[in-house]
Design a protein around this ligand. Sequence first.
Ligand SMILES: [Zn+2]
Length: 426
Amino acid sequence: MSVHGINPALATQARKVTGHTASTAPVPVPEPTALALQYHRSGNLLWALDTTAGFLIPAAILFTGLSARLRRVALQLARGRWLPTVAVYAILFVALTAILTLPLSWYAGFIRQHAYGLSNQSLGDWLGDWATGLAVGCAVGALVLWIPYLLLRLSPRRWWLWTGLATIPLSVLGLIVGPIWIAPLFDDFGPMKNQALEARILTLAARAGVEGGRVYQVYKSADTKTVNAYVTGAGGTKRIVLWDTILAKLRPDEVLFVMGHEMGHFVLRHTLSVILGAAVLATLSLYLVQRVAGGLIRRFRDRFGFERLSDVASLPLLVLVGGVVSFVASPVALAWSRRQEHEADRFGLEITRDNRAAALTFVRLQQENLGVPRPGLIYTLWRGSHPSLAERIEFANRYRPWATGGKMRYQHLFRPCAARHRHITD
Ligand SMILES: [Zn+2]
């Protein structure tokens, strides 16, 4: 499932002078607080630790022969039947990985968030979310793992290509059912409470040509103090989701800019390109597996405890190679993501024409989420899914072709009802 959030810190957001668009004075980029800098630095360290664990854990499961032992247990539980063996192995592997990473997840997601004053979630709620995530992971694993292993049997030479292609319908399916089957397991979704603001958002959506999309408010304030909004879903489940924290902390015109940004993702079909990009990466990873697996298995057969790639015990090898490919490809994938986010910002600016609201939105994002405006090069290359906050504030201050006679990039996409509702949406 893929979503485009406004908030770079989260798999996913001021103050205004009275009379709004009247003021076009540039908004200065705030200096980061000492706490934000500390949060940023320790976050980088944690990311390095997490990334290392992401390589070491599958490698350990593979090289100690633990994977082969898990497969033997699965085989026994499934009484030798192939499909149930694969499903049981998937559940054992997902559960083992989740348990091994539990201390790190608990520190990063609970202890640390509380230490920085970003979370007010109880331990029980956090554990509940963790267990739910684990159950979803096991279910998804059990439902899909047979696909590459069946293809390995049917087409030992081209399985990597067919599996890579299969990720496209699977991602689309995930995107369709995610918002209705998965997301409600973690959060409570409801209609927007502020109906006046909802009406302004729907008018904006009509101008942007986003039809059939819904706006949901999610009750996150019980768990977190950070703010976020994102677009997700496909077809009948297409939606924009606003955390109630963002609604509490942003002014209506700033929420409208956020909405303009999110609508930009829909109109510019960013989710589709993310799904296609992920399929290319998956295909590349699996192709690499195909190239290296034979040699590795010959060399480490005794340690691995299996003889063929088509043995489901080879899963950690797939995970490991996939992790390496993702890591190497990250700078390119993230540069692409930053470009999309920049274009969504441009879309939001062109449709709202409210430079100040846009700039103040990013100021608010920085303040509420302990952001730093100008992260370093390593962060940008490996973690920067969005342009830096400083770049976003500066672009929001500067980009106003409608006033300077410059060329608008997305004006032609806006619906003519704009003129009629101009007084509300501006
Ligand atoms: Zn975005």
